[in-house]
Design a protein around this ligand. Structure first.
Ligand code: HAM
Length: 419
């Protein structure tokens, strides 16, 4: 729980720094919210049931439908761009494995009301900072950036109709995991694909880097594709300007398993490739309207807590003690306790974290407890100190001791902590 709180604290602070407002929604939603867009893997993973009133309901497997419903209902009253975030628990009936559970938390961040790639720049910068905030670097993780819009234009140029194109996106989503077998679902629905077109699909799928992308697009000779490259350049330029270019790789092998995405999509992975995705997101311009709201462009992402925690552990980036006190009071005896408790209270009123032994024990035991608590300072209330109206402060790091007049304690503790 301490680890989780630590992670949430950093995510929440980061979202505030980026100017996002926090929201939450209900854990239980009408089943319909998740079944309107058919074909997603997520639908097979719903924890759904009929409630006592005969309504079909489901625990939420993700936040995006809920937030679309909320924003859609209030869209006209909200100042745009709408920048919202949440930290919440989700439920999916998945096969449990490393980094995958049936309940887990996500940090969700979304921007509504901005159609241009500026929204993607802002969100990818936020995603990067949510990971860097723990000490992770460009050597630890990277973001694969792709584009469903570009894929759809490309497939159209190759002569696929819309249903076929959607089926191809399903193939691409699975190709990395299962290779050629991914084409089976297409063959079953639409018949075998000719080798030329298959080769062209594999060519775009293999694209890594903007130069390779430009080359493949030039060959396809489609106006829509060429126009889309301008958005790509604007996005990559914005990411460079934001100082996060080094974290982002152009990689058309990603399309995302959720079918509501309509444009740029991205996923974050650890560089070593030991873990499943850390985060995923993209643009979904049609979804707010689908849930009864106005036409409102939207883009967002979610980071999961499970893979993220595994990565921090593997890199040794979790602090050993999450909530160490600033100071620990070591109290000589009942006579000294009155003064000590008064000081504990005073320091706490000043928002300093202070702990002390509830029961009187030997000095040695109390020092041991002070050390184990992770406190930076021990405040020592011996008989002689109390008699002289001073408190002895020991730095538990270097063992240095100072004595301060009792009435200057708060100031002295602050100074020693550097605050
Ligand atoms: P997603 O890719 O399904 O996207 O999930 C995002 C992240 O949540 C994953 O990368 C993973 O870290 C974590 N996650 C998902 N399922 C599980 C699980 N069963 N156990 C542990 N962690 C899991 C979405 O959910 C989209 N709604 C994200 C989004 C927000 N798109 C736009 N806005």
């Amino acid at each position: 729980m301490a680890v989780r709180s630590h992670i949430f604290r950093v995510w929440r602070q980061t979202a505030h720094v980026f100017g996002f407002q926090e929201y939450d929604g209900p854990v239980l939603e009408p089943l319909e919210l998740y079944t309107r867009k058919s074909g997603d893997e997520i639908e097979a993973q719903l924890f759904s049931f009929t409630d006592k009133g005969g309504r079909e309901v489901s625990l939420r497997p993700e936040m995006t439908p809920t937030v679309c419903r909320l924003v859609g209902a209030k869209a006209n009253a909200l100042k745009r761009p709408i920048k919202w975030f949440s930290i919440a628990e989700f439920y999916r009936y998945e096969r449990m494995q490393k980094g995958r559970g049936r309940c887990f938390f996500q940090f969700n961040a979304d921007i509504f009301g901005e159609a241009g790639p500026e929204a993607e720049v802002e969100l990818i910068a936020l995603l990067v900072q949510c990971l860097r905030g723990f000490g992770l670097t460009a050597e630890d993780f990277y973001i694969r950036l792709s584009d469903r819009n570009l894929w759809l234009h490309y497939l159209e140029a190759l002569g696929f109709d819309e249903a076929q194109a959607r089926s191809v996106l399903g193939v691409i989503d699975k190709y990395e995991k299962i290779g050629d077998a991914a084409f089976t679902s297409f063959t079953e629905a639409h018949g075998a694909m000719d080798e030329t077109r298959k080769a062209k699909i594999l060519a775009l799928l293999a694209v890594k880097g903007i130069d390779a992308l430009e080359a493949v697009v030039a060959q396809a000779g489609s106006e829509k594709l060429t126009a889309r490259l301008a958005d790509w350049r604007a996005l990559l330029g914005g990411l460079e300007a934001m100082g996060v270019g080094a974290f982002v790789s152009v990689d058309l092998g990603v399309v995302r398993g959720l079918s509501y995405y309509t444009g740029f999509v991205f996923e974050a992975f650890d560089r070593k490739g030991d873990l499943r995705a850390l985060a995923g997101g993209g643009r979904y311009n049609d979804l707010v309207a689908k849930y009864g709201g106005p036409d409102l462009p939207a883009v967002g992402f979610a980071i999961g807590d499970m893979t993220f925690q595994l990565l921090l552990e593997a890199r040794g980036l979790l602090p050993k003690i999450m909530q160490a006190p600033d100071a620990y009071a070591v109290i000589g005896g009942p006579a000294e306790r009155t003064l000590a408790l008064g000081h504990v209270n005073e320091l706490r009123q000043a928002a300093l974290r202070v702990d002390y032994p509830l029961k009187q024990t030997a000095f040695g035991k109390q020092f041991k407890a002070a050390g184990e608590s992770g406190a930076k300072l021990a405040l020592i209330y011996g008989e002689s100190e109390v008699a002289r109206g001073v408190v002895k402060i020991r730095d538990l790091g270097d063992g240095k001791e100072t004595e301060v007049p009792a009435h200057q304690l708060v100031l002295a503790v602050r100074e020693l902590l550097g605050r």
